[in-house]
Design a protein. Structure first.
Lengths: 116, 112
C-alpha cells in the first residue's frame, strides 16, 4: 500500500491559463474522488469515479472543470481559464466500495493551486 | 441538506491538559461518522469510523464517541505531536450516499 499520490504538490499559474493535476489512487481501490479545500474549511466534494466511469459531479464543478479516469487507474483534473477563486488545495482520495464504513476514504497530500 | 458543525474552531492546550472536541451533525439518516486528522500541507488522515449512537473507538490518546446528534473526540494527556486540525465528516444513508460531508475542523495546538 503506497498510498494515494498526487502531482504536482504545488502549482502557481496566471489567471486564464489551463492547469492539469494527476492522481494515482491506491492500486486495489476502484473508486476515486476529487475534493477541494480552501483555507480554514473542510474538503468539499467535486466528483467521483467508479473504475473509469464518472458517476457523480457536484454543483461546485463548473464547466471549466473536467476530470477523467481513462483506464480506471490514475485520474486527471483539468481546470480551464483559471480564476483567482480557483486557488485552493485539490485533494484526491480513493476507496473500495461505496460504503465508507467498510472502506474509509484515503486521501493524498493534495495539489496546492495558486492563481495570480 | 447534510450539515456538520465543529467546535471550537481553535483550541490551545498545555501538554497533558485533557479536553474534548465537538462535532454536531444533521443528516436524514446516518450511515457513518468519521474523524480525520490533517497536518499542515497534508491530506486528511483517517482516524475512526463510528456507526451508531453509544459507540466508542480509541486510539492512543484519542477516544471518539457518538450520540444521535453529535460526536466527541476526547484527547487525554495530549502531547505536542497531537497538534493538527481534526476534521469530522458524515456519510448519509440516502441521496449523497457516495459523498462525505465535512465540517470545518478544529485546529488543535498543544504547547510543551
Amino acid at each position: 500500500d503506497t498510498g494515494v499520490s498526487q502531482d504536482p504538490r504545488h502549482k502557481i499559474t496566471k489567471r486564464g491559463q489551463n492547469v492539469t493535476f494527476r492522481c494515482d489512487p491506491i492500486s486495489e481501490h476502484n473508486r476515486l474522488y476529487w475534493y477541494r479545500q480552501t483555507l480554514g474549511q473542510g474538503p468539499e466534494f467535486l466528483t467521483y469515479f467508479q473504475n473509469e466511469a464518472q458517476l457523480e459531479k457536484s454543483r461546485l464543478l463548473s464547466d471549466r472543470f473536467s476530470a477523467e479516469r481513462p483506464k480506471g487507474s490514475f485520474s486527471t483534473l483539468e481546470i480551464q481559464r483559471t480564476e483567482q477563486g480557483d486557488s485552493a488545495m485539490y485533494l484526491c482520495a480513493s476507496s473500495f466500495g461505496t460504503d465508507f464504513t467498510n472502506s474509509p476514504l484515503h486521501f493524498g497530500n493534495g495539489t496546492r493551486l495558486t492563481v495570480t | 441538506e447534510d450539515q456538520v458543525t465543529q467546535s471550537p474552531e481553535a483550541l490551545r492546550l498545555q501538554e497533558g491538559e485533557s479536553s474534548s472536541l465537538n462535532c454536531s451533525y444533521t443528516v436524514s439518516g446516518l450511515r457513518g461518522l468519521f474523524w480525520y486528522r490533517q497536518d499542515p500541507g497534508k491530506g486528511p488522515e483517517f482516524l475512526f469510523t463510528l456507526y451508531s449512537a453509544g459507540e466508542e473507538k480509541e486510539k492512543e490518546r484519542l477516544k471518539a464517541t457518538l450520540t444521535k446528534k453529535e460526536s466527541f473526540l476526547h484527547i487525554t494527556a495530549p502531547k505536542p505531536e497531537d497538534s493538527a486540525t481534526y476534521l469530522c465528516a458524515v456519510q448519509a444513508i440516502s441521496g449523497s450516499a457516495r459523498q462525505l460531508t465535512f465540517g470545518s475542523g478544529t485546529q488543535l495546538t498543544v504547547l510543551p
